[in-house]
Ligand binder design. Structure first.
Ligand code: E4P
Length: 218
């Protein structure tokens, strides 16, 4: 399972990248706004900076919601760097845009996927990735992980080439369960990734090793 980091924050991207486990980055308009990035020029610069930092796929989301607008924006985004994957929302014009981009060799990430039906349509249109949002389903009382399990089953039967990019990750358990369920990729903020590192017995064990070494060596 690949690890993408879900942020537009360069420090977080750098830190995760230095851990040596990062295979790509996803961003969205909310994450860009959180970093204070305003306007197309600043957004494009940030995407380029991210591409220069990370060796992997970098998702950049279109703002337009109509077919022509998405095509125009997506082609511009794809021209920034060959690592760019154009992120397109799961709406009717988004589906048409994914089909169009697939036809001209631009890779896509279909975002805001919340049901198996939406996922199947995105696969049929040729999306490179689909992003089912686990945390946001949990937030409204649905079992987000169950969607990942269901999609893994569908993908195994159908043999889709599209990759399941589990998104809206809120905690380390989400990541572990995605690995169990067979997600191809998870995208997570830095905190749940760092939380995977932690175990109290590791800290206690290390403290004891160092104390014993100190006793023996003075
Ligand atoms: C996916 O690509 C999105 O950027 C992201 O995972 C959304 O997560 P959130 O529900 O925590 O905002």
């Amino acid at each position: 399972m690949k690890f993408f980091i879900d942020t537009a924050n360069l420090d977080h991207i750098q830190e995760a990248n230095e851990m040596g486990i990062i295979d790509g980055v996803t961003t969205n308009p909310s994450l860009m706004a959180k970093e204070g990035i305003k306007g197309e020029k600043a957004a494009h610069k940030r995407y380029k900076d991210i591409c220069n930092l990370v060796n992997g796929d970098i998702s950049a989301e279109v703002i337009a919601t109509d077919f022509k607008g998405m095509i125009r924006e997506g082609e511009t985004l794809a021209a920034i760097d060959e690592k760019i994957v154009v992120k397109v929302p799961m709406i009717l014009d988004g589906l048409k845009a994914i089909k169009y981009f697939t036809g001209i060799g631009i890779r896509t990430n279909c975002t805001l996927v919340f049901s198996p039906g939406q996922a199947i349509l995105a696969c049929k249109a040729g999306a490179t990735y689909i992003s089912p949002f686990i945390g946001r389903l949990d937030d409204i009382g649905y079992d987000g992980m169950q969607l990942i399990v269901q999609l893994s089953g569908i993908f195994a039967v159908q043999g889709y080439e599209t990759q399941i990019l589990a998104a809206s990750i809120r905690n380390p358990i989400h990541i572990i369960k995605c690995a169990e369920a067979g997600a191809h990729v998870i995208t997570s903020p830095l905190e749940p990734i760092l939380a995977l590192l932690k175990h109290p017995l590791t800290d206690i064990g290390l403290e004891k090793f160092l104390a014993d070494h100190q006793k023996a060596n003075g």
